[in-house]
Design a protein around this ligand. Structure first.
Ligand code: HSE
Length: 401
């Protein structure tokens, strides 16, 4: 029998307990032995909860208990999760987590510590919620050179964009809905400003390259400037607006950024709606493969953590492949990647716009007082330089096909 502890009894933590208890028999069979939850760590008490007797308030009880060999960390944030994880791994206890902030910031160090102590630091749930994406990257696709990853990696923003498009809903009202459904971060700025997606693409880029891609160096642009009117332009262009997290390797240069973009109907990410996430991976031999599913929410996220717990139990005493080294991945300025832009200007600026940008496709979404143009392909530095000459740019959105 393997004793497991769950750190944090919030949305994901209680989901982990629920997944283990619901699928106990299957999980035990797959793990090769009984998986028993011995402790739940939380500052709060849970009177009346069926597992209230397992609740402890002091992490040391868990860290000093030699019976506990696997820990599921669902506390979120850097501290105290970082300190607890270091102590657990140093004691040879495997840690499985959904904590993307911690994985992004200290993943390399924690993977190294796990290796030194013949245990595992596993974090499938930190990217794409319940979608298996990290394990395929470090196992099934090891014969391939992955040169592009494009993801819809944040359920909250995808939900907001879907509702703005389909129902013409107001941004703040939909955000509130996403918060009530438990999708949004405690501080939803992390969702709507693209930071959450930025951390996730940093983790993916690190795994793909084996070097540390820092979120701090990744350009992130959120969806707060997207207007309901912009969806009329997307429809006129037969495109969809999505918040994309992009990693590319081209001619030895690496790019990573997060920004809203127009994508066309041929793009497999076009049909990804609501809280769903999808990750489109391109390999030099594989071509394209897309991973799609529930990217947020209690049980999908918990399912991914429990999958890691089973793997950790199966491999007690040895470290599984995966992770990356602390050496920094050098990222190139994302602005040098060429693309087209949809630019919406006030009607009276149309002439100036065409003088500055030259011939462009006009996009008429039937809106009063404004007009859209689709530029030719250009890098962002040239685009910014030209845009600065236009007085009234209402919006601009990248086009990523
Ligand atoms: N706030 C995140 C999202 C939760 O909306 O995708 C899953 O990481």
């Amino acid at each position: 029998m393997v004793k497991v502890a769950v750190l944090g009894y919030g949305t994901v933590g209680s989901g982990i307990v629920e997944v283990i208890k619901t699928n106990q028999k299957l999980i035990d069979e797959r793990a090769g032995q009984e998986v028993d939850i011995k402790y739940i760590l939380d500052l709060r008490d849970f009177p009346g909860d069926p597992y209230e007797s397992l609740v402890v308030h002091d992490a040391e009880v868990i860290l000093n208990d030699p019976e506990v060999s696997v820990i599921a960390e669902a506390m979120g944030g850097i501290e105290p999760a970082f300190t607890f994880t270091k102590k657990a791994l140093s004691a040879g206890k495997s840690v499985c987590t959904s904590n993307k902030e911690l994985v992004e910031k200290h993943g390399a160090e924690l993977c190294k510590l796990a290796k030194e102590n013949n245990c595992n630091y596993l974090f499938e749930a930190s990217v794409g919620g319940g979608i298996p994406i990290l394990r395929p990257l470090v196992s099934s696709l090891t014969g391939d050179h992955i040169d592009a990853v494009t993801g819809i990696l944040n359920g909250t923003t995808n939900y907001i964009l879907t509702k703005m498009d389909e129902d013409g809903s107001d941004f703040d009202a939909v955000l509130k809905e996403a918060q009530e459904m438990g999708y949004a971060e405690r501080n939803p700025e992390a969702d709507v400003e693209g930071y959450d997606a930025g951390r996730k693409i940093a983790i993916l880029a690190s795994l793909v390259t084996g070097k540390n891609a820092s979120f701090d160096k990744i350009y992130t642009e959120g969806i707060t400037a997207i207007r309901p009117e912009d969806f009329a332009y997307a429809r006129a262009m037969k495109k969809m607006i999505r918040l994309l997290a992009i990693y590319r390797e081209k001619n030895g240069a690496f790019y990573a950024y997060v920004a809203p973009a127009m994508i066309g109907r041929d793009n497999p990410l076009y049909g990804v709606r609501d809280v769903f996430n999808a990750i489109l991976v391109h390999g030099n031999m594989l071509g394209d493969a897309m991973f799609y599913g529930a990217g947020a929410g209690k049980l999908p996220t918990a399912s991914a953590v429990v999958g890691d717990v089973v793997d950790a139990v199966r491999s007690l005493g040895k470290t599984l492949p995966g992770g990356w080294v602390e050496e920094e991945l050098e990222l190139t300025d994302h602005r040098v990647r060429k693309k087209r832009f949809l630019v919406v200007v006030a009607e009276e600026e149309a002439e100036t716009f065409l003088q500055v940008f030259g011939t462009c496709d006009k996009i008429d979404a039937g809106l009063k007082g404004e007009i859209g143009f689709l530029t030719k392909e250009m890098d962002e530095i040239a685009f910014e330089e030209k845009s600065s000459k236009i007085n009234n740019v209402i919006t601009r959105i990248r086009v990523e096909d």
